[in-house]
Design a protein around this ligand. Structure first.
Ligand code: HEM
Length: 405
């Protein structure tokens, strides 16, 4: 008689067992918790409660309870949190798949529900497995720039995270006592994960864990380099390519001027004027006039929401707080609403909070690494703020409106 997944004898691998599953479970307990926390921090770094332009998940309601004013120190904060989020997410894929493989027989055990609690546990397993796959798949598609999601990535990944982590937490609380007991036992005890008629082993359980670890190491080694200029060549999975060119402008970008629809005419000395609005009215400044204002330098990275980042670059320009002072905010810089010349793509507009405007390292940059900005780095002028996600460091700035948002 043909065996089906519903009959225990269908599952022949001698590797499955509570010890094997528990080791993977404990690794995921730590890894997924870090993923959830760094993900929530990614959302907080947008300062979504400052302005609707920063908020891609406006209907979050109570799920935004944890939000706070994103700091400007340490200046590498978002580079670290989002670098960890994406690199760890990708590194954990072999562990997640091995864990799902190790428990797949459980999904086919009959009867589907022996009691109400058993039914609830199985439902949480469906949310756990479905939510986990959903979060990893949407995350990977996002960083590979494959926006094939059924809707906007932000709410999908954000709400998916809460569903997944809720189910994950329930599962961890239910299962952790058993997992600890399993880990302390050297020998597998019999349960519905252990095959009733296993095939002869081709690799030991430790060997199989070694393979999973090797897969994670490979993914780690081909991803982490996207966070360090000197290692970018090793990030072979990174969609933006490994060579951002050389010279002062030879560091990673996301959107080119051409992609953003910003033409040379828009950026020309004749046409471009920075419009600064505030308490005392509006000021229009050419690039030449901006160069007459006090210029300052700061050494700051670009840290992208996709997880890649550059090393610190040397920016030079006018402090945002000095521009705020031009329109009546001398000494008490407010929030600022920034608009770009950009015609295409998300984040043509962004808002910065007063603490970001007040930071002396926050600039309207005109130069980088000793040279005028290149068109793809945002010439004539771009925003650069410590610890902020790349999307809030607006390029090709056209207007700054200072005032409490
Ligand atoms: C391979 C796995 C993953 C990758 C590559 C990934 C990637 C990303 C990226 C690129 C963002 C920023 C999106 C943006 O602001 O444009 C993000 C945000 C986020 N991630 Fe993930 N993620 C992964 C797994 C997870 C998991 C497992 C969780 C939950 C446990 C999670 C929770 C979040 C949250 C809450 C956000 C904030 C969403 C927002 O800004 O609206 N992620 N993730």
């Amino acid at each position: 008689m043909r065996r089906t997944p519903f009959s225990p004898s269908f599952w022949r691998s001698p590797l499955r067992g509570p010890w094997f599953t528990s080791v993977l479970g404990v690794v995921l307990l730590v890894g997924i918790t870090v993923l959830f926390v760094t993900g929530l921090l990614s959302y907080a770094a947008y300062n979504p409660d400052l302005s609707p332009v920063n908020d891609k998940t406006p209907d979050k309601g109570l799920l935004g309870f944890y939000l706070f004013s994103w700091p400007t120190d340490p200046h590498w904060l978002y580079r670290l949190t989002q670098g960890v989020h994406v690199t760890l997410g990708i590194t954990l894929i072999p562990v997640l798949l091995a864990k799902l493989w190790s428990v797949v027989p459980k999904l086919f055990t009959l009867p589907p529900a022996r009691s109400v609690t058993h039914a609830l546990e199985r439902l949480s397993l469906l949310l756990l497995v479905g939510g986990g796959l959903f979060e990893f798949v949407t995350g990977v598609l996002n960083v590979q720039l494959d926006y094939i999601f059924p809707g906007s990535f932000y709410p999908l990944h954000f709400y998916g995270a809460w569903v997944f982590f809720g189910a994950f937490l329930a599962h961890a609380v239910l299962k952790m006592p058993t997992a600890w007991r399993n880990l302390r036992q050297l020998r597998e005890e019999r349960n519905d994960l252990v095959s009733v008629n296993p095939d002869p082993p081709t690799v030991s359980r430790r060997g199989a864990l070694g393979l999973v670890g090797g897969g994670s190491l490979l993914l780690f080694g081909t991803t982490v380099g996207q966070g360090f200029d000197g290692l970018r060549w090793s990030a072979v999975l990174a969609p933006h390519g490994a060579d951002p060119g050389s010279g002062p402008g030879g560091f990673q970008i996301n959107k080119t001027a051409a992609y953003a629809g910003v033409t040379a005419a828009d950026r020309s000395e004749e046409a471009w004027r920075l419009v600064v609005r505030g308490r005392t009215g509006t000021v229009r400044l050419s690039r030449a006039e901006l160069l007459q204002l006090p210029l300052h330098s700061s050494s700051l990275p670009i840290a992208c929401v996709e997880g890649w980042s550059t090393s610190d670059q040397w920016w030079r320009g006018v402090r945002l707080r000095d521009l705020a002072a031009l329109v009546g905010y001398d000494g008490d810089p407010p929030d600022v609403f920034v608009q770009s010349l950009q015609r295409h793509g998300a984040f043509r507009r962004a808002a910065l909070r007063a603490n970001q405007v007040a930071d002396p390292r926050s600039l309207l940059a005109l130069f980088v690494n000793g040279e005028p900005l290149t068109p793809d780095h945002g010439h004539p002028a771009r925003i650069i703020v410590p610890a902020a996600p790349g999307v809030l460091n607006t390029k090709w700035v056209a207007e700054l409106t200072f005032g409490d948002l």
